[in-house]
Design a protein around this ligand. Structure first.
Ligand code: ZN
Ligand code: ZN
Ligand code: ZN
Length: 368
């Protein structure tokens, strides 16, 4: 873990944002929000671990006594917050409520288990609960230089895996066999986890979130390969390329070229001050003009950082204005049910002058 990725100054920024949002405190249980604020990658367990960040005053971390050494050894110890250990017979929810005092509104970590959120509700019946994401989103969307560098490293790592795919895709192999090799390559490229491996051959390519199956890949079939994981630095990769085993069907080659132009148009639309939805529209217009509008059935992209899918979403209706440091996917697709499909996906970061792609393997149709 790099200290730059989780600066100690972030805690004060989170407190200020909590105050601005009119919340009294954030209650952060293990998950991405806790990691973002403290760098502590705690295991989600039935025993409560919770960083309590009040809008003003001292933060504290409620931890099970047996987790205390792990918490103290974690990057959270740099924050200078008090660790409050609770014992097996204590009710940690009541302990948090008592320490916090009477508060009107708290933000709960977006990925808090329902088990914990309901027990907090019972311990603080007069307190409104909202999502901590409503406070943290504005911080998490604006990546620091260190975060952009971490995403750039993740992008290069997944690119190195895509460069190996042509050697793995062969007629006669199953999607699962190819997927297992890609899984190993993702780990070998420096990822600590493999989050998804999509190898979607022929008609399976028309299902955007198909993973792998025992289907045998045939000559002449397009194959959508969408892969990603969490790099050792804690930031995520996600890139899609569409390959063809042998010569593609003519109809496929025609719409693949439309897709390539659409993805390029969306990437070129990225710059500070434009809306997120305008980037979606840039891709959608090219596809619709070519007559494939009904076959592009999902949003153009999603933000990425310590989670694969986070804000900002590149979707119609999102009028959020792009700023330097926004990082997100641009991944239009065209899907012909029962036949085949294609998707091209790069991660981009918005810079002062435009979009910088963090994935840089060829977007031409790769024939293997
Ligand atoms: Zn997806
Ligand atoms: Zn993807
Ligand atoms: Zn994606």
């Amino acid at each position: 873990m790099s200290a730059d990725l989780y600066p100690v100054s972030r805690l004060a920024a989170v407190q200020a944002a909590t105050a601005r949002a009119g919340l009294d405190a954030l209650l952060l249980t293990p998950g991405p929000d806790l990691r973002y604020v403290s760098g502590y990658e705690a295991l989600p367990l039935e025993r409560l671990t919770c960083l309590v960040v009040p809008a003003a005053g001292e933060s504290f971390m409620m931890v099970p006594r047996l987790e205390l050494p792990a918490a103290q050894a974690s990057p959270a110890s740099r924050l200078g917050v008090e660790f409050v250990a609770w014992d097996e017979t204590d009710d940690p929810y009541t302990l948090v409520a008592d320490r916090l005092g009477r508060v009107a509104r708290v933000g709960l970590a977006d990925r808090m288990w329902a088990m914990a959120s309901l027990r907090f509700r019972a311990a603080m019946p007069a307190t409104d609960q909202v999502l901590a994401g409503s406070v943290l989103r504005e911080l998490r969307m604006r990546k620091s230089a260190a975060e952009v560098a971490a995403l750039r490293e993740a992008g290069a790592a997944i690119d190195a895996v895509h460069l190996q795919v042509p050697g793995l895709l062969k007629a006669g192999r199953t999607e699962r066999e190819v997927g297992r090799d890609i899984h190993d390559a993702i780990l070998a490229a420096g990822h600590s986890t493999v989050d998804f491996v999509i190898v979607a051959s022929g008609p399976n390519g028309a299902s955007p979130h198909h993973e792998v199956s025992d289907r045998v890949i045939q000559t002449g079939e397009p194959v959508v390969v969408d892969i990603g994981g969490q790099l050792h630095n804690g930031y995520c990769s996600d890139s899609t390329r569409t390959y063809c085993v042998g010569e593609p069907p003519a109809e496929f080659a025609a719409y693949y070229e439309v897709l390539r132009r659409a993805q390029q148009a969306a990437c070129e639309a990225v710059r500070p001050g434009v809306t997120c939805e305008s980037v979606d529209a840039a891709a959608r217009e090219v596809i619709a003009e070519a007559g494939y509008g009904d076959y592009f059935i999902h949003r153009t992209g999603h933000g990425i950082g310590i989670e694969t899918h986070e804000e900002p979403y590149i979707v119609s209706g999102n009028t959020e204005l792009m700023e330097p440091g926004f990082a997100f996917s641009v991944e239009p697709g065209i899907y012909l049910a029962g036949r085949h499909g294609a998707r091209i996906e790069d991660i981009l970061v918005c810079t002062e002058t435009g979009g910088e792609r963090l994935n840089n393997t060829s977007r031409e149709l790769v024939i293997v």
